[in-house]
Design a protein around this ligand. Structure first.
Ligand code: CTP
Ligand code: MG
Length: 243
């Protein structure tokens, strides 16, 4: 018998992409950072956060590997884990996860497995905003680069940075709002907040985290590998150099 009560929160971990920009020859979620995969690292942060139903959306044919990673990361929370097969787009993969939510779940988080190093605090902040009544919540980071507007090859202006923000995951939603927004979505949107905003809901923000970047390119992979290396030999927190 599980000692964990049925959670009110679920997280859909989308890991079904091929990783075409990383071009590692295997699906991105199964690329190693150290002796653990990107997916396993992403799940480590999740299982350090408050208990949630954890739905891993895996590439077709990789469901068994995903379950192995998830059960190892879950330890005594194994009962909270399930694996489903993803679809051809990220949106289709999220929809596959939505289909297996438990009945008691009230809040749904959607997280990119490719954000392997997102700390548990970010999950806690998103859940807190949902408990305070937000329809949808996105963790954000300030935009540090100067963003320029182009026409063809020519720069025609500088965009005011103070009006911009970079969206991360986990993005969280009231369950019914996310389900109905997905049921109504006819286009492909850039992220889940865009699906929910298109259905007319207001999205609020919480602070993201610099180590919650998405591993997209080889340079991102190298950065993530550099960050996990000192972790294994010292107790330095994520992102801080080992002494
Ligand atoms: N994802 C998914 N199902 C898809 C496409 C993407 O579950 N059909 C997931 C990826 O596994 C990833 C997250 O969505 O964790 C963010 O997508 P992205 O970083 O674009 O990953 P890929 O689509 O795999 O990479 P690429 O676009 O370079 O092919
Ligand atoms: Mg993609």
């Amino acid at each position: 018998m599980s000692i964990i009560p049925v959670p009110r929160v679920a997280v859909i971990v989308v890991a079904a992409g091929s990783g075409s920009r990383l071009a590692a020859g295997i699906p991105k979620a199964f690329v190693g950072l150290d002796d653990h995969t990107i997916l396993r690292h992403a799940l480590r942060g999740i299982f350090e956060a408050p208990p949630m139903q954890v739905i891993v959306v895996a590439p077709a044919g990789r469901e068994g590997d995903a379950l192995t990673d998830a059960e190892e990361a879950a330890a005594d929370r194994r009962d909270l884990v399930s694996v489903v097969t993803g679809g051809p787009s990220r949106q289709a993969s999220v929809a596959a996860g939505l289909a297996v939510l438990w009945g008691d779940v009230e809040y749904v988080l959607v997280h990119d497995a490719a954000r392997a190093l997102t700390p548990p605090d970010v999950f806690t902040r998103v859940i807190g905003a949902l408990e305070a009544g937000a329809a949808g919540v996105v963790p954000v980071m300030p935009v540090v680069d100067t963003i320029r507007q182009m026409e063809g090859d020519t720069i025609v202006g500088v965009v005011d940075r103070s009006s911009l923000t970079a969206a991360q995951t986990p993005q969280g939603f009231q369950r019914g709002i996310l389900e109905s927004a997905y049921a109504a979505a006819e286009d492909e949107y850039t992220d889940d907040a865009a699906v929910v905003a298109a259905a007319g809901h207001t999205i609020t923000t919480v602070a993201g985290d610099g180590v919650g970047f998405k591993i997209t390119t080889r340079a991102d992979l190298d950065r993530a590998r550099g960050l996990v290396r000192p972790l294994r030999h010292t107790s330095a927190p994520l992102g801080e150099p080992a002494l």
